[in-house]
Design a protein around this ligand. Structure first.
Ligand code: NAD
Ligand code: ZN
Length: 248
């Protein structure tokens, strides 16, 4: 079990670091009202995400998959960044946070003002043709489901990474570079069970870096965390930021 340190110790570790990165997961957007996959998703609770977020599911029933994505897209458009997203953007502005690697497909990090964001699992607000690669930005769910490619007539799909699919090459390359530069990582709101994202904190640790985790419960990262802060990201991160501001 990792030692639960006080926030002062966490702040000291952050300020001592020279290359701090962050890995975020669905938990950081939970306080913005966007459910995690392991949370309660009302209407869609009868399906397992693994049975919806997969190439097979899309092939079998593209309309059903688009209905699920349309529901998620609407929710994301109507949501706002919470104090956890804002705190990470501030940490970057202060020059402390060097890169933000996210597994989230929402746009709340961008909207909070973060700039160096690496989207490992794609972007739910982009649709991509399954045949010709045409891409379209979405500012609302598509009107007709499933949407078709205006260029070749094939189906459009959400531009996200589904179970069993490889990660976008460019994002993965950037994530690897920052992971190897990092001497500290803030792991926030992720269960750490989706790979290769879940391996990032392990690599930082193997390279001698410090692992700081913020989560409401233990995760697959907790066993290697140097500091584990149990709490809501939207409550813990602003407190950390306040303490940092006092020390600078
Ligand atoms: P996950 O659902 O597996 O785990 C969420 C984690 O967040 C859990 O460990 C939980 O304890 C923690 N958590 C919940 N509320 C929290 C809070 N307020 N503060 C701190 N921690 C909190 O999520 P994951 O690890 O990101 O993996 C699931 C996959 O689902 C990812 O690949 C992601 O792309 C996708 N997903 C994305 C979104 C999104 O973009 N917002 C939402 C759901 C799922
Ligand atoms: Zn096309």
């Amino acid at each position: 079990m990792p030692i639960v340190e006080t926030l002062e110790d966490v702040v000291e570790a952050i300020l001592k670091s020279r290359y701090l990165i962050s890995l975020t997961g669905a938990g950081i957007s939970a306080e913005s009202g966007i459910p995690t996959f392991r949370g309660r998703d009302g209407l869609w609770r009868k399906y397992r995400p693994e049975d919806l977020a997969s190439p097979e599911a899309f092939r079998n029933n593209p309309k059903l998959i688009w209905e699920w994505y349309s529901w998620r897209i609407s929710m994301i458009i109507n949501a706002s960044p919470n104090p956890a997203h804002v705190s990470l953007a501030r940490l970057e502005d202060m020059g402390i946070l060097k890169a933000l690697i996210t597994q989230n497909v929402d746009n709340l990090h961008e909207r909070a003002g973060s700039k160096n964001i690496i989207k490992l699992h794609g972007d739910i607000l982009t649709a991509r043709c399954i045949s010709c690669g045409y891409k379209k930005r979405l500012d609302a769910p598509p009107e007709e489901l499933p949407p078709k490619c205006p260029s070749c007539g094939e189906l459009l799909r959400p531009d996200v990474v589904w179970f069993g699919e490889p990660l976008p090459t460019e994002a993965l390359g950037a994530a690897i570079i920052h992971t190897h530069r990092a001497d500290a990582i803030l792991v926030i709101g992720t269960s750490g069970v989706v790979y290769p994202a879940g391996a990032i904190p392990y690599t930082v640790r193997e390279n001698g870096g410090v692992v700081i985790e913020i989560n409401i419960g233990e995760s697959a990262i907790t066993p290697i965390a140097d500091y584990f802060v149990r709490g809501k990201a939207g409550e813990v991160l602003p407190k950390i930021l306040d303490l940092i501001a006092k020390k600078l």
